[in-house]
Design a protein around this ligand. Structure first.
Ligand SMILES: *Cc1c(COP(=O)(O)O)cnc(C)c1O
Length: 520
């Protein structure tokens, strides 16, 4: 028998089909169609009076046909969105080991602070005299960020890490142009292990990208940088700790080589959560570094709220930070909006950035204190190393079994000849109720699996996660291939054609042909 999704139901169809139900629901997990498929265009959930006769003033441009919105009653609407929300996997539902993304717990205290009407209800066009408290908060956040990183200045306004990269690189470009070297310094060095946003950022503002090979121990060799650096070097974009979960131990030497060549040092600070209170980028020779508030400082990611990616800047490029910025002014604060006479490269966002995220990040800093921020980093590193130590006998470590930073990187050498791939292994984790780790990134490692538990997981939570991965790993090695190649068996959707979804996305829903028409 086939169910409503056209999948076989009942026993006898293998382990997947044994779980199929008539409705497609799986106990509390409800199937849900698109809202356009369940809504009817000819009804609406609210009763509106017919508008009184009025003379159209749109010169014949007014719409004559229906608008095509799905009509649903209030209870139907509620069910639709509640069911969708129940398909979410988030940090509030389970361990989220997505390496390089730092999926931290979002403390509820932060949310409470962000909802205070004095912060939540301010409007960016209010007179500056009426938002002195908000500007003071921004100034205090800037003070924390520059103090923690040992940098001269910060541009708060970028709205994501990648946006911060763009901002930092535009400040570097402005510094190069101010020295009259814009025509010659056109190359940006980017290690092979970099996040894709690094070369993309450099290319977007017309730099030429030159890759730097990563040496056998997973870090960048200063001699490889020396061989590539020269009068054409605008900057290097280096991630530290890097995407292999390792601290770039030669970072100071690399900074010196770049500076001696007349270039600038952009540090991708997405992994800053590993070193807060332990190392200051300013002491390492960094000229610009973005800080993902949604990673290191616990503000929500993605669907939970907008990102925010402030960029800290060294003395060498601080003058080129974009407007607007807050400036203490007598007893209060001014907002510098006009770039004239500032050296600013311009403006990178409308208004001044994500106020709600500034409130959350500062709440995190003040509630943890400097010592608490440092401890969070230490615990994040400890947790990753605990996982490494407990899995190293089963899963292979590309750079040897040595200490990592806040994330641990496995490769797929241990899966050789098992018939199970990194992707299969990740999909089987879904059946066990875990969001998979980051897979196939960084590209320098074959079949990469990058695990980042963060600091807030308890020993018990880590032990269950480790036991689950051990159980899966032993099944893979034992030859229980079916558990993997068909996984996930228990998720609302199974294996999706991700390549096709990326290459030929269907971005617009079109109504199916009415049954009668289709039959004719
Ligand atoms: C997350 C991340 C970025 C991009 O940050 P977004 O806030 O997602 O734009 C850049 N580099 C690395 C290493 C990252 O992990």
């Amino acid at each position: 028998m086939l169910n409503r999704q056209g999948r076989p139901t009942g026993p006898g169809f293998g382990s997947a089909a044994a779980h199929e139900t008539f409705t497609g629901n799986r106990a509390l997990m409800q199937e849900e169609a698109l809202i356009f498929e369940i809504g009817r265009h000819d009804v609406t959930g609210v009763d509106l009076d017919e508008p009184a006769a009025f003379a159209p003033r749109l010169g014949g441009l007014e719409r004559t046909d229906g608008i095509g919105l799905p009509g649903l009653s209030e209870p139907e609407t509620m069910r639709h969105y509640v069911r969708l929300s129940q398909k979410n996997y988030g940090i509030d539902s389970g361990l989220f080991p997505l390496g390089s993304c730092t999926m931290k717990h979002n403390p509820r205290l932060n949310e409470r602070m962000a909802r205070l009407p004095g912060f939540a209800d301010v409007h960016p066009l209010q007179p500056v005299s009426t938002v002195q408290g908000a500007l003071e908060l921004m100034n205090e956040l800037a003070r924390w960020l520059t103090e923690l990183t040992g940098m001269a200045a910060v541009a708060l306004s970028p709205k994501a890490g990648a946006h911060g990269e763009l901002c930092g690189m535009m400040a570097i470009k402005a510094a190069i142009e101010a020295k009259g070297e814009g025509a010659t310094r056109r190359t940006v060095l980017v290690p092979d292990s970099a996040h894709g946003t690094n070369p993309a950022t450099a290319a977007l503002i017309q730099f030429d990208v030159k890759p730097v090979p990563v040496r056998d121990d997973g870090t960048v060799d200063p001699e490889a940088v020396r061989a590539l650096a020269g009068p054409d070097t605008a900057a290097i974009m280096l991630t530290n700790p890097n995407t292999c979960g390792l601290f770039e131990k030669d970072i100071v030497a690399i900074a010196e080589i770049i500076h001696a060549a007349g270039g600038y040092f952009y540090c991708d600070g997405a992994n800053y959560n590993a070193i807060v209170g332990k190392a200051r980028p300013g002491d390492l020779g960094v000229d610009a570094m973005h800080i993902n508030l949604h990673k290191t400082f616990s503000t929500p990611h993605g669907g939970g709220g907008p990102g925010s990616g402030p960029v800290v800047l060294s003395e060498r490029i601080a003058a080129h930070a974009p407007v607007p910025f807050v400036r203490p002014d007598g007893a209060g604060f001014a907002l510098v909006e006009d770039e004239a006479g500032t050296g600013a490269f311009g403006r990178i966002t409308a208004f001044h950035g994500q106020m709600g995220m500034y409130v959350r990040a500062l709440s995190y800093m003040l509630s943890h204190g400097a010592d608490g921020c440092r401890q969070a980093s230490e615990d994040a590193v400890l947790n990753a190393n605990y996982i490494r130590a407990r899995l190293a006998d089963l899963m292979s470590l590309p750079f040897g079994n040595r200490a990592c930073m806040h994330e641990v990187l496995f490769d797929d050498a241990w899966l050789k000849d098992t018939g199970v791939t990194t992707l299969d292994f990740a999909k089987a984790m879904i059946d066990e109720g875990y969001h998979p780790m980051t897979v196939y990134f960084p590209l320098v490692v074959h079949g990469a699996m990058l695990v980042e538990p963060t600091e807030s997981e308890s020993r018990a939570s880590l032990d269950l996660f480790i036991a689950t991965l051990r159980d899966l790993a032993m099944a893979a090695v034992r030859g229980d291939v079916e558990r993997f190649t068909g996984a996930p068996y228990l998720a609302p959707r199974r294996r999706l054609d991700e390549t096709r979804a990326a290459r030929t996305p269907i971005l617009r829903w079109t109504p199916p042909q009415p049954v009668q028409e289709a039959a004719e």
